[in-house]
Design a protein around this ligand. Structure first.
Ligand SMILES: [Zn+2]
Length: 163
């Protein structure tokens, strides 16, 4: 069975017991979670979120510059007032540089991605501080929005606050 067939089978089971079809569009807990796309990190489970509770925005590294569009929509149109940034130990973003991936794209695809900042980082805690600072200094994110940053440990399942 292909992975997509497996998905369809799983969805049949999910929909058979589905009872949350009446949830409102705005997130009930007024929070947007910005998390890395890492497969070991499940924001809903880590944070105890249910359907309808929160926006979960994911990208490589959980980087703020890559999520600004979604965060503005979340806050301005859908009423969220808190941003939680979730980076994690053993992140793939610690393993390469922009030069690395620019060169790889040239070699593998004969294409040019030099105009894309892939936003890797060398220091995990600093990456969270940088993303908080990026959002704090953005005119598109009001000062009234609470912004908190955390590192998730993929070995223990625990969160560590980054101040
Ligand atoms: Zn990651």
């Amino acid at each position: 069975m292909s992975i997509v067939d497996e998905f369809l089978q799983a969805n049949n089971a999910y929909a058979a017991h589905f009872q949350k079809g009446d949830l409102p569009l705005p997130p009930a807990r007024k929070v947007a979670v910005l998390a890395c796309m890492d497969a070991r990190l499940d924001p809903a489970r880590i944070l105890g979120l249910e359907e309808g509770d929160a926006h979960i925005i994911r990208n490589a590294g959980g980087r703020a510059a890559d999520a600004l569009r979604s965060l503005v929509i979340s806050e301005q149109l859908l009423g969220t007032n808190t941003i939680v940034i979730l980076h994690h130990t053993d992140c793939g973003m610690l393993t390469f540089t922009d030069d690395t991936i620019h060169e790889k794209v040239k070699k593998e695809l004969s294409a040019d991605a030099d105009h894309i900042a892939f936003l890797p980082f060398k220091d995990l805690e600093q990456s969270v501080r940088d993303d908080i600072a990026f959002l704090r200094s953005s005119p598109l994110i009001p000062q009234s929005i609470e912004i908190r940053g955390f590192i998730y440990d993929v070995r223990t399942g625990k969160l560590q606050a980054v101040e």
